[in-house]
Design a protein around this ligand. Structure first.
Ligand SMILES: Cc1cc2nc3c(=O)[nH]c(=O)nc-3n(C[C@H](O)[C@H](O)[C@H](O)COP(=O)(O)O)c2cc1C
Length: 272
């Protein structure tokens, strides 16, 4: 069994690195373990060139993206620790995320549903923002199956070693051993029944829509409590089928660009 730990923080031996090392060191000794500090990778900006879109074509930029994707592909299980930065994810995740068009067309190869657990340290109460959701969709666009998440409030490096937090970190590790699901969610909050995101839009007509997976449904009131009734969208966005469908959409956009290239150039001309 190969486990890949991803540390999405610039801090060496910060909370994210401690979490990844704590999880990985709780796993069976015979498992292979590898850790990547995302901030050590040289990942450039997506140029929106769509050169990666034909099937089996990799990103043409000469940096560490393909190395990173190969490491994910080689792993059986993935651990991600990604701190909240300005209510969202650290840039090192977003940089990779923006480069993932190159695998949208090869989902059969990537979307293998490998187990992934995610820990999100943050500091300020109420400032956890969408850090958990951003890390979850980063994993899902890599084709990983997010089977556990935890948000951990910590102020200084090492604060995640507090007894109650350590129990949760170890439970994530145990879930990897048992192939189980474990989510430390806030019982008072509503989560998307399809993807587990807490980013929900509420409409005046009583409908809700998940920002991350676009599932929707109706808010139902039962015994003084609100419940999210789901109208499942098929294929679900993060399933292999859903990701492949998005790959087709992107390929169609590229073909449309090729067809309408002269028209596009003409529209741009005035603004050069
Ligand atoms: C630039 C920056 C932005 C941050 N933004 C937030 C934030 O929006 N919400 C929050 O709760 N904590 C925020 N934090 C605190 C970190 O999430 C917290 O210290 C975390 O434990 C860092 O993990 P690390 O030690 O792995 O880097 C921020 C820290 C930095 C350096």
């Amino acid at each position: 069994m190969k486990v890949l730990g991803l540390v999405a923080s610039p801090r060496k031996i910060g909370n994210s690195e401690i979490i990844v090392k704590e999880i990985v060191s709780s796993l069976p000794a015979e498992w292979d373990k590898e850790m990547i500090r995302m901030t050590d990778l040289n990942i450039g900006l997506c140029k929106a060139c769509y050169a990666c879109l034909p099937r089996d074509k990799r990103c043409v930029l000469d940096d560490d993206l393909n190395y990173f994707l190969d490491r994910v592909k080689a792993a059986d299980k993935v651990v991600i620790a990604a701190p909240v930065y300005y209510l969202g994810q650290h840039t090192s995740l977003k940089l990779v995320n923006d480069r993932l068009i190159s695998i949208q067309n090869n989902t059969a190869e990537y979307a293998t549903g490998k187990q992934c657990v995610i820990a999100v340290p943050h500091t300020v109460p109420g400032w956890e923002g969408y850090g958990r959701e951003a890390a979850m969709h980063f994993a899902r666009f890599l084709g990983l199956d997010v089977t556990g998440t935890v948000i951990l409030r910590s102020i200084l490096p090492g604060d995640v070693l507090r007894e109650d937090l350590l129990l949760k970190i170890r439970a994530l590790a145990q879930s990897l051993v048992n192939n189980a699901r474990v989510d430390f969610i806030d019982e008072d909050k509503a989560y998307c029944p399809e993807c587990g995101s807490s980013l929900l839009q509420i409409f005046h007509n009583g409908q809700w829509r998940c920002v991350m997976c676009s599932s929707k449904g109706q808010l139902k009131s039962e015994n003084g409590e609100f419940r999210l009734a789901l109208i499942p969208a098929r294929p679900s966005r993060f399933s292999a089928e859903g990701l492949a469908e998005h790959g087709c959409t992107l390929t169609n956009i590229k073909e449309e660009y090729i067809r309408r290239k002269d028209e596009v150039r003409e529209a741009q001309q005035k603004y050069r």
